[in-house]
Design a protein around this ligand. Structure first.
Ligand SMILES: Cc1cc2nc3c(=O)[nH]c(=O)nc-3n(C[C@H](O)[C@H](O)[C@H](O)COP(=O)(O)O)c2cc1C
Length: 197
């Protein structure tokens, strides 16, 4: 992916909260975050415990210049309750990769870690980029969850067809960072940024 795009002046002042879940495609989210930052978007990253098995928080800290949120119990400042405050300053939440697990939690109203809790308390639109094995994607439970999310105002991007990390070919690959970047930019520009100075 092109990593030296000039900043897009129209995107400066926008804030994105990127939630990373535990899938192989987490490495592609690093490229997406890098591209967003280069476009002038302020990016904060939150990670699940399992996401941190795939990519370390230090990667996202270096790309964003900000601390990565990993726990509800480690507050970044004493004034704000992190799982609520994170999305209050965001124009868009992007869940990438979105695991079958987080789709199920969100659909079921489960809030048992930072990412699932902040998604239930989201104060801005949520864009979801699912990524999983084809059988997991085609499972009736996942398809039911995806239909519910679409019906309830979440925007889903992908997954794409192609070769999976497990070697199978079929739907389940997370959309490429370029594709996600284009959709995020389009979505951000539909409203003025919350916090532009
Ligand atoms: C090597 C490996 C790759 C995985 N890739 C995916 C994936 O792409 N999508 C997915 O939904 N789950 C994947 N999983 C399973 C999730 O990590 C597991 O369901 C986990 O509970 C998700 O937690 P989280 O949603 O809190 O991040 C993978 C597990 C392993 C060990």
């Amino acid at each position: 992916m092109q990593t030296s795009n000039p900043p897009n002046p129209t995107l400066s002042g926008y804030e994105a909260l990127v939630c990373v879940c535990g899938g192989i495609a987490a490495f592609k989210t690093a490229a997406l975050v890098s591209a967003l930052v280069q476009q002038g978007v302020g990016v904060t990253v939150a990670m699940t415990r399992n996401a941190r098995r795939f990519v370390g928080p230090v990667t996202f800290e270096a790309l964003t210049g900000r601390p990565v949120a990993t726990s509800m119990w480690r507050r970044r400042d004493s004034a704000n309750i992190q799982h609520l405050a994170l999305s209050e300053s965001a124009d868009l939440i992007v869940v990438a990769p979105a695991t079958a697990n987080i789709l199920g939690k969100l659909t079921g109203g489960i809030a048992d870690d930072l990412v699932s809790t902040l998604l239930l308390g989201a104060a801005c639109p949520v864009m979801i980029a699912p990524a999983m094995n084809t059988r997991m994607w085609q499972h009736p439970a996942t398809q039911r969850n995806v239909a519910w999310l679409r019906d309830n105002g979440y925007s889903l991007v992908g997954p794409e067809e192609g070769r999976q990390a497990c070697g199978e070919i079929g739907p389940g690959r997370m959309s490429e960072p370029e594709t996600l970047l284009a959709v995020i930019e389009e979505q951000l520009l539909t409203v003025a940024p919350k916090t532009r100075k």
